[in-house]
Design a protein around this ligand. Structure first.
Ligand SMILES: [Zn+2]
Length: 186
């Protein structure tokens, strides 16, 4: 369960994750459906850079215990020397880390330059999962409409505030989306 895995690494100030398939088919299908709607809302296919953009691809991630991640990382030192999200997400890497301050947890991430690859942690409550997806898709929108460097060069708070504003604006829609599908809470 989320929160039980100790994946914060004081040494590098990072949290460790790996790609995983989501064991809950309901949220997978809800997320796929939501993907279509949010991509449409943000007009992602009509943004600048669409020649390099083939739609958003959602990847589920799970936290990995720091000690286990460190072991995997050092056993595969030549392979796993760098995180796979600078230019692309490479699913060959069995685990990876994301930089964050200790007091923050990471529920989702859209690597800069990932061209539509979005990472979302599974086992979050359903409404929360969809909110995270909305926030992350907004980062895809930022990348496509302003260029990949924009997020890198901009103040983190501004980047996040925009995405949060968009995600918050969908709160009623998300509630209704779940309601009409008979999903009230996980
Ligand atoms: Zn965000």
């Amino acid at each position: 369960m989320v929160g039980e895995v100790q994946n914060y690494d004081e040494q590098g100030s990072v949290r460790w994750f790996r790609f995983a398939s989501n064991p809950d088919p309901l949220i997978v299908s809800l997320a796929n459906e939501f993907n279509v709607g949010v991509s449409y809302l943000l007009q992602l296919r009509h943004s600048v850079g669409e020649d390099e953009f083939d739609g958003v691809e959602l990847h589920w991630i799970e936290p990995v215990e720091t000690s286990e991640a460190r072991r995997i990382w050092s056993d595969n030192a030549e392979l796993e020397t760098q995180p796979p999200w600078t230019d692309q997400i490479d699913a060959r890497f069995s685990c990876f880390n994301l930089q964050c301050p200790k007091e923050e947890s990471i529920e989702g991430c859209t690597p800069i330059y990932s061209k539509g690859h979005v990472l979302v942690q599974f086992e979050l409550p359903y409404a929360r999962t969809l909110r995270v997806i909305a926030d992350e898709y907004y980062h895809v929108f930022q990348d496509l409409s302003r260029g990949g460097d924009w997020r890198k060069d901009s103040d983190d708070q501004l980047v996040e505030a925009e995405a949060a504003e968009f995600a918050d604006s969908l709160a009623i829609l998300i509630r209704r989306f779940l309601e009409v599908r008979g999903v009230f809470q996980k």
